[in-house]
Design a protein around this ligand. Structure first.
Ligand code: DX5
Ligand code: ZN
Length: 217
């Protein structure tokens, strides 16, 4: 009999560089840490009020995890596909009627993720769960860094149950307000996006290790 392996035996960290998006030296410093992914938050000033872009292409050593907070998903995928990201994630709320088209389009370039804001129920994703690689559960409303963590542990648990019952393969990522006080609420996820807790510090690696040490316990 095959031994079932818990997918979260080793939770990965994806560092959001939103707060330092204009500082290439700091971004390069993050790339040298033990973060598992670099999380690129991309905002169009329409789907969310803020704007954030990475105009000059940066060469990362780490794997790239793209979080699109935009209306024109196809346009932004085209703009950022050269990063050869591991994941490109778009918001369910940005394109409710075009989900299948977008899954198909993104899968030409990377693994596909769908993000849901705190007010969106996990059930809305049920039709797509067998066809995507990542569910990004927002633990703040998408749009800016440094917000207060919202407890979304029920959503994580529901996704884990759905995944187990149906033998789905998607990974669960949580994004927003994660720090040493809130990380315990995300322990059942697979990837955690951490921004301010790392980038507001003067020692990025120490902050990443602080989070990783709590996850080991
Ligand atoms: C919010 C972004 C997040 C956020 C993470 O819209 O998607 O990636 O900036 O940063 P913190 O950890 O500061 O919430
Ligand atoms: Zn994000």
């Amino acid at each position: 009999m095959l031994k079932s392996i818990k997918s979260n035996d080793n939770i990965l960290i994806s560092t959001s560089i939103l707060n330092i998006s204009n500082d290439i030296e700091k971004i390069n410093e993050i790339d040298k840490t033990s973060t598992d992914y670099i999380h690129l938050d991309i905002m169009d000033g329409k789907f969310v009020a803020n704007k954030c872009e990475y105009i000059n292409k940066i060469d990362f050593n780490k794997k790239v995890d793209i979080h699109l907070m935009v209306e024109d998903v196809v346009g932004y995928v085209h703009k950022y596909k050269d990063y050869k990201p591991e994941f490109i994630t778009f918001h369910y709320e940005s394109n409710e009627t075009k989900i299948w088209d977008l899954i198909k389009y993104i899968s030409n370039y990377s693994k596909v993720g769908i993000a849901i804001n705190p007010s969106t129920d996990v059930d809305t994703l049920i039709p797509y769960l067998d066809d995507i690689d990542l569910v990004l559960v927002m633990s703040v409303k998408a749009g800016m860094g440094g917000q207060k963590f919202i407890d979304i542990s029920d959503k994580i648990n529901k996704l884990i149950t759905l995944r187990k019952e149906n033998n789905y393969a998607f990974q669960i990522e949580v994004d927003g307000g994660i720090n040493i006080d809130t990380v315990n609420k995300c322990k059942n996820a697979d990837i955690l996006v951490v921004g301010s807790y790392i980038t507001n510090s003067d020692n990025y690696e120490r902050q990443i290790l602080n989070i990783k040490n709590i996850l080991k316990k």
